[in-house]
Design a protein around this ligand. Structure first.
Ligand SMILES: Cc1ncc(COP(=O)(O)O)c(C=O)c1O
Length: 375
């Protein structure tokens, strides 16, 4: 049996939606993108959403609202994907890693407090695996110190913390629709925010710094010249991508329920399997269950386990290798010894396949292979 790490769920509906856009005469950012923005904003109970070409662009544009200067500091977690850290450097700010909570794998509140200085301008939390960070104490700290809070929600589209949608706590939330995400458009992203004072800026920055979006220039049958109000970027979402996203979003509750059913089967299995411990969300939150991350509680090496899975047709993954371990980040001075909690789990964690189309017989096969590894 071959079980990939992720599998997207598309059917005729996505194909039809793309066909409709291709036949419409308008394929770049237009009505489909606006509708997808409205629908995501409504789903997330947020005042605005801006459609983009990636989750990375969403993180980057959220930071743009802060007008960061050299020497300004941004705190985030080292246990994340490259984008979260890279965008801080792209803005010329100083990247500061707080340590993680080794149980949830999310950023640790106490460590955020210790790393805060008078130059801290933003905190980027990452809801790893779709499990919400502990937002209450983090928001209290951020508000008390007038620090902007940005949420990397790439894993967490369905998640809530004390019933509040993830992505709506601070300045804004960044979502990714990359191929392996809970809803996907192959590539794509969106940012949400309740801070409508920045909407014009974000819409302009995503499109070269123009004051008029392409679709607006066509309105009322009159020629309109755009102005360039800032040297912006090229980060807009096109209507083909948006059409796929709208169909995916319409299925999100079904996808989420399927993920939860599979998670329950994993958890039932792990109850009687002492060798691996699943990473669980906080009890006051609902996880998006993007990933099934487990901790190896045995003396068997992780690479031995991963190789056994791969030899038996099961594709695992690792979320994440800490950012400070990558050569560029080492070169600019980050040291593993500054993050003892992250160090304590970094060789233990790995992720097993989790997606709506994972079949019972595939899950049973994964369980059988796991048993074979340890017995
Ligand atoms: C935690 C996290 N943040 C940001 C991103 C970036 O998203 P994108 O690939 O859409 O740019 C990812 C993508 O995998 C991610 O996992």
């Amino acid at each position: 049996m071959q079980i990939p790490f992720h599998r997207y769920s598309f059917n005729e509906e996505e194909i039809e939606a793309v066909k409709k856009v291709l036949q419409s005469g308008w394929i770049t950012t237009g009505k489909e993108c606006s509708s997808f923005e409205e629908e995501l904003a409504e789903y997330k109970k947020s005042l605005l959403a801006v459609g983009l070409n990636s989750g990375t662009s969403a993180l980057f544009l959220l930071l743009s609202a802060l007008n960061l200067q050299r020497g300004d500091e941004v705190i985030t977690t080292p246990l994340t994907f490259a984008a979260t850290a890279n965008v801080v450097l792209h803005h010329g700010a100083k990247l500061v890693f707080a340590d993680i909570n080794p149980n949830t794998l999310n950023i640790d509140v106490q460590s955020i407090k210790e790393k805060t200085t008078s130059k801290t301008k933003a905190i980027i939390v990452v809801h790893v695996a779709g499990h919400p960070c502990d937002m209450k104490p983090i928001m209290e700290w951020a508000n008390q110190h007038e620090i902007a809070l940005i949420e990397d929600c790439a894993h967490a589209i369905e998640a809530t913390y004390e019933h509040q949608p993830i992505g709506t706590f601070g300045l804004g939330g960044a979502f990714s629709f990359y191929a392996n995400k809970n809803i996907t458009t192959a590539e794509g992203g969106m940012m949400i925010s309740n801070h409508t004072q920045y909407e014009k800026l974000w819409r302009s920055l995503r499109n070269h710094g123009f004051d008029l979006e392409p679709v607006k220039r066509q309105e009322n049958n009159s020629f309109k010249q755009y102005d360039i109000v800032f040297p912006g970027y090229k980060m807009n979402m096109n209507d083909i991508v948006a059409a796929i996203g709208r169909v995916q979003l319409s299925k999100i509750d079904d996808f989420h329920q399927k993920r939860k059913n599979i998670v329950q089967k994993y958890l039932d299995f792990f109850k009687n399997f002492p060798y691996l411990k699943p990473v669980m969300p906080l009890s006051n939150s609902e996880s998006a269950w993007h990933l099934m991350i487990v901790k190896n509680e045995t003396s068997k090496s992780r690479s031995e386990i991963l190789n056994f899975l791969i030899e038996n047709g099961i594709q695992p993954s690792i979320h994440f290798k800490p950012i400070y371990e990558f050569s560029y980040y080492k070169k600019i001075g980050f040291q593993a010894s500054d993050y003892p909690n992250c160090e304590s789990i970094k060789e233990k964690i790995f992720s097993l396949p989790l997606y709506p189309s994972l079949k019972d017989e595939e899950l049973d096969y994964i369980f059988k292979v796991l048993i074979d590894i340890f017995q």
